[in-house]
Design a protein around this ligand. Structure first.
Ligand code: ZN
Ligand code: ZN
Length: 439
């Protein structure tokens, strides 16, 4: 980023005084709009936080969003990919088309924040009753985009171009046996009916201090894929291992050898990768060697070729290590294709960086490290140039490295992040549509 910042600074200094004055005026307009909406956005976020809903079940949230959009004079389309809501705002002047995206779903987490608007909701999840909580901050994303819609509607006459608001369900994944999330929104045609030139999205993160924005061109968040490998032996008495084929020892060997896929075979000098076994299930009793051991895990990568290579390597290790023990495998690699890499378009990122610096202050826009977590914004960013950025959620005075992270039952969003997120989205929108960046 320093190289980029220097290049952009050079361009910035050449801005004509008239343009600079226009930018100043627009930045004041953004600040004023955000200030007038702040109380509402906080109230919306608290309300959504108090009433969290799991993926594909965001009926109350979606109804609230749709009612708000209708109240603004827009014509929302509802029920997309189960509970998704979209609406198009046509500006008063011709210009480009962009999409702004927020996710609406919560997680099966029992809240322990002690906030006055903490969730007490529960739901059925995988056959168990669990607490439900906005433990990833999607309540903030939804409230911010509702605020952005209201601000842009107020500026409609002067607005060049068109904006598609995308309120998406099930970013954390749909319930078992269901489809959902960004890929389903796209499959149901939201970008066919309205083809944007660019798509923008944000995420509040505990790893950054409130007031900070994290952004980088290129890969940002990992591709996430699930795998399952069943190692099949032949059951026998624990005292007579030679009477059967021991899938436990074969599985142990397989797990050990699989550690070399990243450490010995993957070029991790530019981008990291992870292969993790998350569960081993096999056997029932101390003196029975079982028939079968089940292994499941996750693969995280930042590059499509590396991703494919690791799939192939893991298949090889599974097949051949098992074979060396006389065992066989039923491997599903991947068992479930997760989100692809979330990568920011480098040109779009460079172009929009001054907008983010304008709202946060140049010193507060930082290059976040690669995030091994995955995000289904990646599907939109595969279709059209995308820019996804992080907004710091950890209050000043708390160490972001120690603060309860996203998905923790104590995760909390400093409410100043709502204001910064709103101003950032608004500034990006106005600068992009106006073609008015200093880059
Ligand atoms: Zn999450
Ligand atoms: Zn999230």
């Amino acid at each position: 980023m320093p190289r980029l910042a220097t290049a952009l600074l050079g361009a910035c200094c050449a801005v004509l005084p008239a343009l600079a004055a226009a930018q100043d005026a627009q930045r004041r307009e953004v600040a004023d709009a955000a200030a007038s909406l702040q109380a509402k956005v906080v109230e919306w976020r608290r309300d959504i936080h108090r009433h969290p809903e799991l993926g594909n079940r965001e009926t109350r949230t979606a109804a609230k969003v749709a009612e708000h959009l209708r109240g603004l004079g827009l014509e929302p389309r509802t029920g997309i990919a189960h509970t998704g809501v979209t609406a198009v705002l046509k500006g008063g002047r011709p210009g480009p088309r962009i999409a702004l995206r927020a996710d609406m779903d919560a997680l099966p987490v029992t809240e322990q924040t002690g906030l006055p608007f903490a969730s007490t909701a529960t739901a059925e999840y995988r056959g168990q009753t669990t607490g439900v909580m906005h433990a990833c901050g999607h309540d903030a994303h939804t409230a911010i985009l509702m605020g952005v819609a209201e601000a842009l509607v107020a500026m409609r006459d002067e607005l060049p171009g068109e904006v598609l608001f995308v309120f998406q369900p099930a970013e954390e994944g749909p319930p078992e046996g269901e489809e959902g999330g960004a890929s389903m929104m796209l499959a149901e045609g939201i970008f066919r009916e309205f083809r944007p030139e660019a798509v923008f999205g944000l995420h509040v993160f505990s790893t950054l201090q409130a007031g900070q924005i994290g952004v980088r061109g290129g890969p940002l968040m990992a591709a996430s894929d699930r795998f399952s490998i069943d190692v099949i032996g032949r059951q026998t008495h624990g005292s007579r291992p030679w009477g059967g084929i021991d899938p436990i020892v074969a599985a142990a060997d397989l797990i050990g050898t699989a550690q070399t896929i990243v450490s010995r075979r993957t070029n991790i000098s530019t981008l990291p990768a992870v292969v993790t076994f998350g569960a081993i299930n096999g056997g029932i009793r101390y003196n029975i060697i079982p028939d079968r051991v089940e292994l499941v895990g996750t693969i995280r990568t930042f590059d499509e070729d590396v991703r494919k290579a690791i799939f192939a390597d893991l298949q090889n290790v599974a097949t051949h290590v098992a074979a060396a023990h006389g065992a066989t495998v039923e491997a599903h690699i991947p068992a479930e294709t997760g989100n692809p890499v979330t990568a920011n378009d480098p040109d779009l990122t460079a172009r929009m960086l001054p907008s983010l610096q304008a709202v946060a202050g140049a010193g507060n826009v930082v290059d976040p490290s690669l995030t091994m977590g995955a995000e289904d914004f990646s599907y939109y960013a595969r279709e059209v140039p995308g820019l996804f950025f992080f907004v710091g959620a950890t209050p000043q005075g708390q160490d972001p490295l120690r603060a309860p992270s996203n998905h923790s039952p104590q995760f909390d969003v400093d409410e100043s992040a709502l204001d910064l997120g709103l101003r950032a989205m608004l500034q990006l929108t106005l600068d992009y549509l106006g073609g008015d960046t200093s880059g």
